[in-house]
Design a binder for this molecule. Structure first.
Ligand code: ATP
Ligand code: MG
Length: 779
């Protein structure tokens, strides 16, 4: 049997202290890349291995669901080698070594399945699936455990409907997105519509309060919650019901929170309730076999627009430490070594953040060599900027065996900036992923199938029923649907109640009655299977019985083919969900899909260039980072330029961006940029001037040299493959593309160095590619 603690040797003494701390509150504060997330992960492993804490009693909150998955995998790996596995299988030692390894990881996978690890939203939606029926809102409305989760686009359409149809307001004055934002803020401050209304000094505010009021009723009618409710409702439930709180308080004995600087008041309230089991008690808590462990960096607080508040982190010791003063080492650990970035990058980040006034000074020392200088590039416009970046990526990837597409990230301030980069990446045939762009779960066909599943799980969800009642077309027209909906409203019942009553349908639906009845029977038939068949089979059932697949097949267009592949992917997602989770019913699956946030769509093991906003980059790291669009008004954002507090938040965002880079950092800006349709001259960002000049290197041409990591190492100039860019191409020629495989040239556009090729690949169909950037080989 191996010892259970040797893995702690991967930690420095301060990390080790954080990890070995057993009971009571502990705050870990440290700069970027200092191993906070690592300490949190190892702490979980140590609690289980050393202190024999049951994984069931651990609650770990991460910033994305992807981070949660990675954390579980990490822990599983830490365990796999160190398990007294004989507890599980007496004849373990007799097994061949390969089988021993497999068995170990299987046993641990199952064991830590019970651990609650995820985002605030995903964890709390799970809590609500147990207990929401014990909750009542201020108007006495209740929800049942099969509630639906409305994602951001559902919530916005609901607001839009209320603004334009129910209240007949001008949707230019009351733009649904901004009204939804105001409602969301109210919820994040824990305000009910009534409380919100009393705070409104003007007409606009009072109208928004009215929309909020209707919005809540509509959610309740649909037995639905939005994302903000997923946090707010548990807090209220815990405040309302001691028994419910008592249960979860006893269960979650060890609470761990990553990125604590970005928690908001409601989330804080929740942690405090779970820790103390009491609304009012503030001191003398019982910490026996219990801990609350949070890690964060106030310099990386970047979500104040979602009401995040880093003073929550600064107050942790007073709040949880029975009134112990700040800086008391019994409740705080500081980490001071950075393991992520080369020294130049780190020095730039440190110098930048020193320009903020609202901060606590801290030390962050480099442990790696100086590395390369930081490359600055000024481009003519945004197209030339993208061209520079993509060429750079292409040549670095080409020359350095240790880099793959996944080593690169392009970070920008606003989502819309991704477009020129995407276009060039597509033309160059470089695989990429937009973290936070069009999400799989936002695609029409996926939303359709999920609406079926939601209607099956929760027939009161009228929005979902309406989405699918005539999708695919089954001859149920708008007039019929209106008649059915009106009847339900008149009768004060749900649409579903009307649909399942054949007589009502026959009366109301006229010639479409048969179609409506068949639809209702189909939904009911699927409902009957909820408890007995796995989720994947339900998905299959929906696809076949609804006629969805057949409809796509008969369309036989490229678009329909894409949609077919997407719904097939959803079936795969259901299978994967069944394999990975302990709680595998339909509602759990729906919650997981609703919560696969836009920060989660980087696939496992895939190597693709990442395009993402600075906000989405938190906690991540990449060998090569491009920070693009560094211009006044863009970054820092123009709205922050006259507001010192917002400007400091922009600077923190820049600090986050810089500290994502491990080996090499590029900063680019343009001379002029197309904004709102017209070309505007652009000034370089003030943040660039705040970086140490001696570390910046200005470069106009694409680089060919690349030095890996440590100081003093010389540039490697290895060429991975020969590139044939000058040759003239012929239609009909076969070529080999690194990512797409073999294809045939079908068209040639342009000439000279402006040439691009249409290539038909066996598996992927036609793509247009720039042969100067993509590495094509004749075959
Ligand atoms: P951020 O503030 O960006 O979230 P962090 O403080 O959470 O950063 P981690 O992501 O945990 O930092 O660690 C940064 C990198 O340093 C990771 O690649 C991690 O594996 C590595 N690392 C952390 N601690 C050590 C250590 N003691 N020895 C070697 N490498 C370490
Ligand atoms: Mg981290």
């Amino acid at each position: 049997m191996t010892t259970t603690t040797d893995f702690l040797s991967h930690l420095n003494p301060s990390q080790r202290r954080a990890v070995e701390h057993h009971c009571g509150p502990l705050l870990v504060v440290a700069g970027a890349g200092s191993g906070k997330t690592r300490a949190l992960t190892y702490r979980i492993a140590n609690l289980i291995l050393q202190h024999r804490v049951d994984p069931e009693n651990i609650l770990a909150v991460t910033f994305t669901n992807k981070a949660a998955r990675e954390m579980k995998e990490r822990i599983q790996k830490l365990f796999a080698d160190r398990l007294a596995i004989t507890e599980y299988n007496e004849r373990f030692d007799l097994l061949p070594e390969d089988d021993q390894t497999k068995l170990k990881s299987k046993v641990w996978k199952n064991y830590i399945k019970d651990m609650w690890c995820g985002t605030f939203h995903s964890l709390l939606s799970r809590v609500l699936r147990f207990d929401i029926d014990k909750y009542q809102d201020e108007k006495g409305r209740q929800w049942t455990r099969n509630f639906s989760i409305f994602d951001e686009s559902d919530a916005q359409s609901l607001v839009k409907e209320i603004v334009t149809k129910q209240l007949n307001l001008d949707n230019k004055k009351f733009e649904p997105r901004s009204v939804r934002y105001a409602i969301s803020n109210a919820k994040n401050q824990g305000l009910s519509p009534k409380e919100f209304e009393t705070e409104q000094p003007n007409y606009r505010g009072r109208v928004i309060a009215e929309v909020y009021n209707h919005y809540q009723s509509r959610l309740a009618q649909n037995n639905a919650l939005d994302f903000d409710d997923l946090i707010l409702v548990p807090v209220r439930l815990f405040q309302q019901n001691e028994q419910v709180l008592g249960y979860w308080h006893n269960k979650f004995r060890h609470i761990l929170v990553d990125e604590y600087q970005d928690t908001n008041r409601t989330q804080y309230e929740l942690i405090r309730l779970l820790t103390t089991n009491n609304e009012t008690k503030k001191t003398d808590w019982d910490w026996t076999n219990r801990s609350t462990f949070v890690v964060g960096d106030a310099d990386q607080s970047i979500y104040s627009f979602r009401m995040a508040d880093f003073t929550i982190l600064l107050d942790f010791q007073q709040d949880f430490g029975d009134g112990l003063p700040d800086d008391d080492t019994r409740t705080m650990v500081k980490l001071e070594e950075n393991y992520r970035s080369c020294e130049n990058i780190l020095q730039a980040a440190n110098q930048l953040i020193e320009n903020n006034t609202q901060r606590i000074d801290k030390i962050l020392k480099a442990t790696r060599g100086a590395g390369e200088e930081i490359f600055c590039h000024k481009a003519d416009d945004e197209i030339a900027e993208a061209d520079f970046v993509i060429k750079e990526i292409s040549s670095l990837e080409n020359q350095h065996p240790e880099l793959n597409w996944g080593s690169f990230a392009i970070l920008y301030r606003t989502n819309a900036q991704s477009r020129p980069f995407e276009e060039l990446l597509v033309r160059s045939g470089i695989p990429y992923t937009v973290v936070g762009g069009i999400k799989f779960y936002d695609r029409k066909e996926i939303k359709d199938v999920l609406a079926y599943l939601r209607a099956i799980a929760n027939p009161a969800d009228t929005l979902s029923l309406l989405r699918v009642i005539n999708t695919p077309r089954r001859g149920i027209g708008k007039a019929t649907i209106d008649a059915l909906v009106n009847a339900a409203q008149e009768l004060g019942t749900t649409l579903w109640e009307i649909l399942i009553d054949e007589t009502s349908v026959n009366t109301l639906a006229g010639r479409s009655a048969k179609a409506v009845n068949t639809f209702a029977q189909m939904i009911r038939h699927l409902q009957e299977q909820i408890e007995t068949v796995p989720v994947s089979e339900l998905v299959q059932g929906v696809l076949e019985n609804s006629g969805y697949i057949k409809d796509l097949e008969t369309q036989s267009t490229d678009e329909a083919e894409d949609r077919l592949q997407n719904v097939q992917q959803l079936f795969n997602a259901a299978l994967q969900f069944e394999e990975e989770n302990e709680d595998v019913n339909l509602q759990a699956f729906l919650a997981s899909t609703a919560l696969s946030s836009d920060l989660d769509n980087l696939k496992e093991g895939e190597t693709a260039v990442s395009l993402l906003t600075l906000h989405a980059s938190k906690g991540l790291e990449f060998p090569v980072v491009f920070l693009v669009g560094m211009e006044q008004g863009l970054f820092p954002n123009y709205r922050s330029m006259n507001d010192p507090a917002s400007l400091e938040e922009e600077r923190r965002l820049c600090y986050v961006g810089i500290t994502r880079a491990q080996e090499r950092l590029y900063i680019t800006h343009a001379r002029e940029r197309r904004l709102y349709g017209s070309r505007e001259p652009a000034l370089r960002s003030q943040f660039l001037d705040e970086l140490p000049e001696e570390l910046l290197m200005t470069r106009q041409k694409s680089t060919v040299a690349y030095t890996k990591g440590t100081a003093g190492s010389t540039a490697q100039r290895t060429t991975k493959r020969n590139q044939d860019t000058t040759a003239s191409w012929q239609v009909g020629e076969k070529v080999l593309h690194k990512a797409f495989g073999i294809g045939e040239i079908t068209h040639i556009f342009g000439s000279g160095n402006k040439v691009s090729l249409a290539i038909k690949f066996d598996s992927l169909g036609q793509k247009i590619i720039d042969p100067r950037v993509a590495q094509l080989q004749r075959v």
